[in-house]
Write a protein that binds this ligand. Structure first.
Ligand code: CP
Length: 318
């Protein structure tokens, strides 16, 4: 039995609309497992999954771990601090040594774009990209799609604007590919200094003013200003950014229709998004987090089909 997703999940750019639909359809019923008193099914019993997180993470790391544990996989977490990576061991050597201990899957977050693919081409285990540099964050894109699909039924013809620091955002890239494949119209809005120069080639509309984006959109996906990836010069000041591009209650009150508010987290409250918007009635930010566990369960479940041994475990269903 081979996985309908192939060996690895590296990004949404290469997936078909059918593959994305399959992941979302698989995630939908898996949500219920997390509502149970005993949040555990035997689906991945016997599987060993290594979570390699070389960059900080709260939501992604913990929800992968919950997803793995709720499907009864054995999990090991490796961070660069405290491992031999801090002594200069390479990524591939680390992964090969883990494989020598008979693992089945690797979930990797890395600050270099392309790190997940680099690893996937060099090890036999399934590799899942949990965010690589400024390239892609496919499971975040998938949980965003699931959240919108739950609200709207279908994304066809819906308008989604990705706001803010698109330049440094792997979430933006995964969202653009995923939304377009499912038939949504996509726009971006932010200061030109924070938009990639080739953004026009991605088939998106570009808004220079947040008011235009709010007038146009059915949903805003508000991105974090990635201050740690900026060495100055991108924006005059955080206060100025909030004044010109901040998603505020006053601006939303002037919207011609109801708009869903998304944010991948972590948020800079009072910078790209005000607290009364983040915590307000149109916010689906915590729904995104809840959906993250189900989407990651679905990805693990589907990729498990790629391994004959894991396929046996998956046959038991959920
Ligand atoms: N959305 C997201 O990737 O959050 P973390 O960095 O906390 O995992």
């Amino acid at each position: 039995m081979t996985s309908p997703l192939g060996k690895d999940l590296l990004g949404l750019e290469k997936l078909t609309a059918e593959q994305i639909g399959l992941i979302l359809d698989t995630a939908e019923p898996l949500k219920e497992i997390s509502e149970r008193t005993i949040k555990k099914v035997p689906t991945l019993r016997g599987a060993t999954i290594v979570n390699l997180f070389f960059e900080a993470s709260t939501r992604t790391r913990i929800s992968f771990e919950f997803a793995e544990k709720r499907m009864s996989a054995d999990t090991v977490n490796v961070a660069s601090a405290g491992s031999s990576i801090s002594k200069g061991e390479t990524l591939v050597d680390t992964a090969r040594n883990l494989e020598a201990m008979k693992i089945d899957m690797v979930v990797i977050r890395h600050n270099s774009s392309g790190a997940a693919q680099f690893l996937a081409e060099r090890i036999e285990s399934n590799v899942i990209n949990a965010g690589d540099g400024t390239h892609e964050h496919p499971t975040q894109g998938l949980l965003d799609l699931l959240t919108l699909r739950q609200r709207w039924g279908s994304l066809k013809g819906r308008k989604v604007c990705i706001c803010g620091d698109v330049l440094h955002s792997r979430v933006a890239r995964s969202n653009i590919w995923g939304l377009q494949k499912l038939g949504a119209e996509v726009a971006v809005c932010g200061p030109r200094s924070l938009l990639p120069s080739a953004i026009g080639e991605m088939g998106v509309t570009v808004f220079d003013r947040i008011e235009q984006a709010i007038e146009w959109a059915d949903a805003l996906n508000v991105l974090r200003l990635q201050l740690e990836r900026m060495e100055g010069g991108y924006i005059p000041s955080l206060r100025e950014y909030n004044r010109v591009f901040g998603v505020t209650r006053e601006r939303l009150d002037r919207a011609p229709k109801e708009i869903l508010i998304m944010h991948p987290g972590p948020m800079n409250r009072g910078v790209e998004i005000d607290s009364d918007v983040a915590d307000g009635p149109h916010s689906v930010i915590l729904d995104q987090v809840t959906n993250g566990v189900a989407v990651r369960m679905a990805v693990l479940y589907l990729l498990a089909g790629n391994s004959p041994r894991l396929a046996e475990a998956a046959k038991g269903g959920v």
